[in-house]
Design a protein around this ligand. Structure first.
Ligand code: ADP
Length: 379
């Protein structure tokens, strides 16, 4: 064997030709922990490009708010870098939000491009439900999702105040174009009533107003439309479930038993309406005072977990009491945007990730457990 033959042989041994099949084989060791399948089988791996010792590919998740995005990226890098001959891995994490199987079957044309409709409800007023709806909307929007907020709390519409959104000024063929505040489309009764107008609406009238918010507003393409439900279990709630295909409901409560009594009624209502309960968010769970790191449980402890356990749904998050939240809400600057590193924002960000996860699980058809409730109305 000549010197040149030997040289080219050793070179070809050092730099084996890597194929897409090998890359995908390696990536099939990376499991999506929620969907319990590997990311290749799930079709997440796309655009594989191999150039010598360098491989680039996209991982297309089912939500941009996936809380294990960074972990999956690391696992992908490790998996391909373990292939002899691969020295560089460029992994682009991206997402195309998966639509609820019931999406697009909404009766209203204006919701025909909305992938997921999420009810944020409590049953009781004053527990931080509207605040939660706003923070979740902006937490989702920050991840790149297209988000809308519908203020269905006609008796106490607070979203314009909390978000600083202006009134709508445009319409097309009688359909209102929702104003946008920091990337989120918002519609509220407060935009159409002067002063206290909305507060004196009778039940059927209020339900009619809500119907218009669904059918006469151009929501356009949205990954998530969050609906801030009014407290209680009346006309508006029933109307919403009749005219929209709700993907699932998030139940907001404070920890004390007094709140849980009414919140259970809201859970029961969603069960009756066959709307899956995605989980519970406990607000005002504790307070950390200045100067000491101790958590003070002003409204007792464990109420949210108790509720979640009772209905076999996850506790999506526990939000501390934080005076910043009150200030930022009153100033129309969502806490998640104005104070992103604050303790409430961090807790809301975690809750948003958990919510997005459970929506994805439900939409993937792996959510049977979420829908199997044991109704224990007496407890
Ligand atoms: P609901 O929609 O259940 O009636 P809101 O979201 O309007 O409740 O909140 C009621 C009050 O509690 C508001 O003044 C709000 O700023 C405040 N609040 C909500 N969440 C928190 C929190 N995590 N920490 C402190 N105050 C909060």
């Amino acid at each position: 064997m000549s010197f040149l033959d030997k040289f080219s042989k050793s070179r070809s041994e050092k730099v084996p030709v890597i194929t897409e099949v090998q890359i995908k084989q390696a990536l099939s060791s990376v499991m999506d922990p929620d969907l319990n399948k590997d990311i290749v089988t799930l079709g997440f791996v796309q655009n594989v490009v191999i150039k010598g010792t360098e491989v680039s590919f996209k991982v297309v998740l089912t939500t941009p708010a996936c809380p294990v995005k960074e972990l999956l990226k690391k696992q992908c890098e490790q998996a391909v870098l373990a292939i002899p001959g691969i020295e560089t891995a460029n992994v682009e994490m991206t997402a195309v939000t998966k639509a609820s199987p019931s999406a697009f079957s909404s009766q209203s044309e204006t919701l025909s491009k909305v992938k997921n409709i999420i009810a944020v409800a409590s049953g009781k007023g004053g527990v931080g439900k509207s605040t939660t709806a706003v923070q979740l909307a902006y937490a989702l929007s920050k991840t790149g999702a297209k988000v809308g907020l519908l203020d269905a709390d006609v008796y106490g519409p607070s979203l314009p105040l909390m978000t600083g959104v202006s009134d709508p000024t445009q319409q097309r063929d009688g359909i209102v174009i929702p104003p946008v505040a920091n990337g989120v489309k918002i519609i509220s009764t407060a935009m159409f009533s002067s002063g206290q107008g909305a507060a004196i609406l009778r039940g059927p009238m209020a339900a009619n107003v809500i119907k218009q918010f669904v059918t006469k507003v151009e929501w356009g393409e949205l990954d998530y439309l969050l609906i801030d439900y009014p407290p209680g279990t009346g006309d508006i709630q029933l109307t919403l479930s009749q005219i929209t295909s709700i993907t699932g409901a998030v139940i907001v409560t404070t920890p004390q038993e007094m709140a849980l009594i009414d919140v259970r009624k809201a859970v029961h209502m969603f069960q009756t309406l066959k709307v899956p309960v995605l989980g519970v968010i406990e607000t005002m769970s504790y307070f950390i005072c200045d100067g000491c790191d101790k958590k003070h449980f002003l409204f007792h402890q464990g109420g949210g977990q108790k509720l979640a356990t009772q209905y076999g749904v996850p506790l999506l998050g526990q939000i501390p009491m934080d005076t910043h939240v009150v200030q930022s809400s009153d100033q129309g600057q969502p806490e998640i945007l104005s104070n992103p590193d604050g303790q409430a924002s961090l807790a809301y960000t975690l809750a948003c990730g958990e919510l997005a996860r459970h929506i994805s699980i439900l939409n993937a058809g792996a959510g049977e457990k979420l829908q199997q409730f044991s109704i224990d109305w007496q407890n």
